[in-house]
Write a protein that binds this ligand. Structure first.
Ligand SMILES: Nc1ncnc2c1ncn2[C@@H]1O[C@H](COP(=O)(O)OP(=O)(O)OP(=O)(O)O)[C@@H](O)[C@H]1O
Ligand SMILES: [Mg+2]
Length: 352
């Protein structure tokens, strides 16, 4: 649906100052994806999505939408092509002097539809975003979440195939964020619309995306299925983002705050077990306990459903015969469980 190839974008002030916002970015987004783009401030996320509808013209590279290279189009053709792409923003960008329904019909002005058809469509969209009772309210009379719903309805006016969301939930509280993300997910499955979600929160990715690209300083450093990225991140930046959403990485903090809170014997081994496969139906902890005659004490557990499959793991203390502990760890690895031994003396993690 969206094919970005070797996109370079350099901003220049005409003098000697220039910023290479995108260095050589290629991203491929399939029909029906909810594709997340995550990165810190200044990574180039907004610039990249603005290249998708050519709000920003790449310095070089191609942008294909549904097979058409839109960098080659004439202005009139580009205007038509852009109708396939809706966009929402952090600060909603509604017209304050117009009512909710007037905001939604704005993109339909030159659509050639009759007044009845235009209002019919706007009311259908208002129903879709569950805001039918606010038709005649002004933006100032709405909450942030309601404003974003209006902005979503407006972005959908031309029945686009793609919705770009640039930090659409960043100005909202957690509950409202949740409801907007659920709405985006509903629109994705109900309208089969492809959605590109920019965010700096891994929670947003975890909640609704099936694919993710991690950006750093104008480059995509890692991409993949959300499940695989959460199960087995490669880049340090990706790992850091994942740590922000999982309890499993808080153990070191908890222990340094309460050094006497947990009793660990000399031969005990503390390890973080992370499930790497989509199938964790086997009761691994209880199997290991019996099979190797060990005690496994669970310190922390964090398992969530990501992309329809359970992901996460536990932090456990293995107590028992060191040989058996060794055997148990090998067994777990054979079962596609990642085992990170946590070494407290050095207060560092050793990746196994
Ligand atoms: N119009 C512009 N003129 C000059 N520099 C720009 C322009 N737009 C973006 N930049 C620069 O390009 C880089 C990437 O900016 P961009 O807005 O794409 O980052 P971002 O990942 O969206 O950040 P944020 O999370 O803060 O929104 C930054 O260094 C920024 O200063
Ligand atoms: Mg941005």
């Amino acid at each position: 649906m969206i094919e970005l190839e070797n996109i370079v974008k350099t901003f220049s002030d005409g003098g000697e100052n220039s910023v290479e916002a995108l260095k050589n970015v290629s991203v491929s987004i399939n029909d029906g994806d909810i594709y997340g783009i995550i990165g810190f401030s200044g990574a180039g996320k907004s610039t990249l999505v603005r290249c998708i509808n050519l709000l920003e013209k790449p310095s070089s590279g191609t942008v294909k939408i549904d097979g058409i290279d839109i960098t080659e189009l004439k202005p009139k053709e580009l205007r038509e092509e852009r109708k396939k792409i809706g966009m929402i923003f952090q600060h909603f960008n509604l017209m304050p002097s117009r009512t909710v329904i007037e905001n939604i019909i704005l993109p339909l002005k030159h659509s050639g539809l009759s007044k009845e058809e235009i209002y019919g469509r706007a009311r259908y969209l208002l129903g879709l975003v569950e805001l039918s009772d606010k038709e005649n309210a002004y933006p100032a009379e709405l909450s942030g979440g309601q404003k974003q719903r209006v902005a979503i309805a407006r972005a959908l006016a031309n029945n686009p195939k793609i919705l770009l969301s640039d930090e659409a939930t960043s100005a909202l509280d957690p509950q409202t964020t949740d409801s907007i993300l659920k709405l985006l997910k509903k629109l994705n499955s109900k309208l089969n619309i492809t959605i590109v979600v920019i965010t700096h929160e891994m929670d947003v990715i975890k909640q609704i995306c099936n694919k993710v690209a991690v950006m750093d300083q104008g480059e995509v450093v890692e991409t993949g299925d959300v499940f695989d990225i959460f199960a087995n991140p490669q880049e340090k930046l990706t790992k850091d983002f994942i740590k922000t959403t999982s309890n499993l990485y808080k153990l070191e903090d908890i222990l340094s705050d309460n050094p006497d809170g947990i009793s660990i014997q000399a031969d005990d081994v503390v390890a973080r077990l992370t499930y790497l496969k989509k199938d964790v139906s086997e009761p691994i902890i209880s199997t290991v306990t019996k099979k190797f005659d060990l005690n496994l004490n669970i310190l922390l557990a964090d398992v969530e459903i990501v992309s329809g499959a359970p992901i996460g793991g536990t932090v456990v203390i293995f107590s028992g015969d060191p040989k058996n502990i060794e055997g148990a760890i090998k067994y777990l690895k054979d079962k596609s469980v990642r085992v990170d031994i946590i070494n407290f003396d050095k207060e560092t993690d050793k990746n196994e």
